[in-house]
Write a protein that binds this ligand. Structure first.
Ligand SMILES: C[S@@+](CC[C@H](N)C(=O)[O-])C[C@H]1O[C@@H](n2cnc3c(N)ncnc32)[C@H](O)[C@@H]1O
Length: 221
């Protein structure tokens, strides 16, 4: 997993466009993942008021769903983009969720002390970070002993023809031009086996791994 530059800006118009493009994915993306997170929290986390950090939280839709699914949780969102965080704060405010803490900072240097979080979650962001390995080290550092890391992202090792087939519904919905643009981001997707190896080196114990077009991996410190 090599270091790369912030490949495109997540600020300004791009932040607005992204927030809008995923706003209607509540049912297909954010609610199901919040429910999966809930199950893993029930299974592994003893703290009844778990501190949950979302790294690369973007417009905050996942945090909003976690707040509903795990109402006793203490939620933190970290993102590099000020504009994305501005959107997230507004969205949370609209929902009356004033207790979510949003912090600006890089995943490669998370502005949170050591062993602070019971749970770290990351959705479709790891492949966008400048340095995924550094981000994983930081996630490990900020996770409490026996805390968990739940990562979902696009699978860079998924056969290309299957990726194309998986995008057919997107072509119907969003058109070919948008789909091709999205497909190009496929070059950045990471191999879950490389993530698993890095997590293992850091000291995470693997609890769950599922590899489809998206992969889901859960490690416990
Ligand atoms: C594809 S979006 C996903 C956002 C959110 N997790 C979601 O699923 O709606 C990727 C996010 O990662 C953020 N990001 C990119 N590089 C980052 C970095 N080095 N540190 C923290 N956040 C970063 C971007 O600003 C953006 O909000």
């Amino acid at each position: 997993m090599s270091e790369k530059s912030f490949h495109h800006s997540w600020n300004g118009e791009h932040a607005q466009k992204f927030a809008k493009s995923v706003e209607n994915m509540k049912k297909s993306r954010y609610i199901p993942f919040a429910e999966e997170i809930h199950e893993f929290v029930d299974l592994y986390v003893k703290n009844k008021n778990p501190i949950i950090l979302d790294v690369g939280c973007g417009p905050g839709y996942l945090l909003i769903e976690i707040a509903k699914t795990i109402p006793n949780s203490q939620l933190i969102g970290v993102d590099l983009s000020e504009d994305m965080l501005h959107i997230a704060k507004e969205k949370a405010k609209e929902k009356g969720l004033n207790s979510i803490t949003f912090m600006q900072g890089p995943a490669e240097r998370i502005p949170i002390p050591e062993a602070h979080n019971d749970v770290v979650v990351c959705l479709n962001s790891l492949h966008d970070f400048n340095d995924a390995n550094k981000a994983l080290s930081e996630i490990y550092r900020t996770t409490r002993e026996s805390g968990i890391f739940i990562l979902k992202d696009k699978n860079g090792a998924y056969p290309k023809w299957k990726v194309v087939l998986g995008f057919i519904p997107l072509i119907c919905k969003s058109g070919l031009k948008k789909t091709v643009k999205y497909f190009k981001s496929n070059e950045l997707w990471l191999d879950p086996e490389a993530i698993k190896k890095k997590m293992d080196e850091l000291g995470f114990k693997l609890e769950f791994l599922e590899k489809k077009l998206d992969y889901l991996i859960v490690g416990r410190k």
